[in-house]
Design a protein around this ligand. Structure first.
Ligand code: 5GP
Ligand code: MG
Ligand code: MG
Length: 174
């Protein structure tokens, strides 16, 4: 058991399972982007770990950038999203958005709006974790590492009020 602030968590996904899921996503991207140079756009803070691990497994040339949005307070999505670090010039780029987790989809929908305004050549979405029961949007999630039930998790980049990002495995709320 793991205690963070006032909450207890139990082990959920091992670091080996996470690495295997990331390797599969990388394999698909390597196959799909043989004739393109993707720009990975990691969504801070949560996706820092996934972005680093994923891009190390990309065999061709690629670019890596980050953006920062905020929609969560504690363990629930507020739906109120702020863009804290804007994207750079993405015009004409083949962007792959890298998310730690897609929950309601509010964050993704905000990012999609930004990418369309930036006139990117193409965009796809990659996420380490996906909660199908919580997803309220209709954008296709192109690359999914792990499909998980609608329960709050921490670890591998994901935090609970600032703590838990450093954990090499994923824990679920008890
Ligand atoms: P959405 O906008 O899809 O509702 O949520 C996206 C963001 O909320 C994620 O990128 C992540 O930062 C945060 N989030 C969603 N679900 C969880 C969760 O189970 N655990 C943690 N730690 N963060 C989450
Ligand atoms: Mg995120
Ligand atoms: Mg968070």
């Amino acid at each position: 058991m793991l205690q963070i602030h006032d909450l207890s968590f139990v082990p959920f996904i091992t670091s080996t399972e996470i690495e295997e899921a990331i390797a599969k996503v990388a394999q698909q991207i390597n196959k799909d982007y043989t004739h393109k140079t993707p720009l990975f756009l990691g969504v801070l803070n949560g996706a820092y770990a996934f972005t680093a691990a994923l891009t190390k497994k990309i065999t061709g040339n690629c670019e890596v950038e980050f953006t920062k949005l905020k929609s969560y307070a504690g363990t629930t999505s507020t739906g109120n999203i702020q863009n804290l670090i804007g994207v750079g010039n993405l015009k004409g780029k083949d962007v792959i958005v890298v998310e730690d987790i897609v929950d309601t989809g509010n964050t993704i929908s905000e990012i999609v709006k930004i990418l369309e305004a930036e006139e990117v050549a193409s965009y796809r979405i990659a996420t380490l974790c996906y909660k199908p029961e919580a997803y309220k949007k209709s954008y296709k999630i192109d690359y999914i590492g792990l499909e998980i039930p609608n329960k709050f998790i921490v670890g591998y980049g994901l935090d609970y009020d600032g703590l838990g990002r450093n954990l090499p495995e994923i824990y679920q709320l008890k």
